[in-house]
Design a protein around this ligand. Structure first.
Ligand code: FES
Ligand code: FES
Length: 164
């Protein structure tokens, strides 16, 4: 349960990239703002602010969600992961290498959200079909790559994964 601290100020406890965090936030503050401005985690980015572009996607209790839509006060006892927290794990390392090899990151603005969603897909469904990958990609807007490069990169990791 969230404690009301003062007028429109709430005490929230959450876990961010394995660190226990206690903070006081106004009721209207979005998780994206909290992550960037309080914790200096800059991989989640502001794009549309309406849940459509995927630039702000982070993992909340293991699921990829747009952090621009979430109120921080609603994340009491939540487990939040950003790219900074998972960039060294095996699947993410492969994805980042494949994105570089396939030129799937150009300006890079969309990349953290895209990478987190791709990692989630490969962890929850190790052998996704092309159509399942395209469905995952459809919740992200990339202005640079035309989507084929990220698709190729994710397929490359899926196939290398299958050969392990
Ligand atoms: S900024 Fe959150 S989905 Fe676009
Ligand atoms: S790489 Fe530029 S928006 Fe996706």
């Amino acid at each position: 349960m969230v404690s009301r601290f003062a007028d429109d100020q709430y005490l929230v406890v959450m876990n961010v990239n394995t660190h226990h965090r206690t903070l006081v936030v106004p009721g209207h503050e979005r998780l994206l703002t909290t992550l960037r401005e309080r914790f200096h985690l800059f991989s989640p980015r502001y794009g549309c602010g309406t849940g459509h572009c995927g630039a702000c996607v982070v993992l909340v209790n293991g699921e990829p969600v747009p952090s621009c839509l979430l109120l921080t006060v609603r994340q009491q006892n939540g487990v939040i992961e950003t790219l900074e927290g998972v960039e060294d794990d095996a699947i993410m390392t492969r994805l980042m290498t494949a994105f570089a090899e396939e030129h799937a990151a150009q300006c890079g603005y969309c990349s953290p959200g895209l990478l987190l969603s791709a990692r989630h897909l490969l962890k929850s469904c190790p052998n996704p079909t092309q159509s399942e990958i395209q469905t995952e990609l459809s919740s992200h807007i990339c202005r640079c790559t035309g989507y084929y490069a990220p698709l190729r990169a994710i397929i490359k990791v899926r196939d290398s994964h299958a050969m392990d």
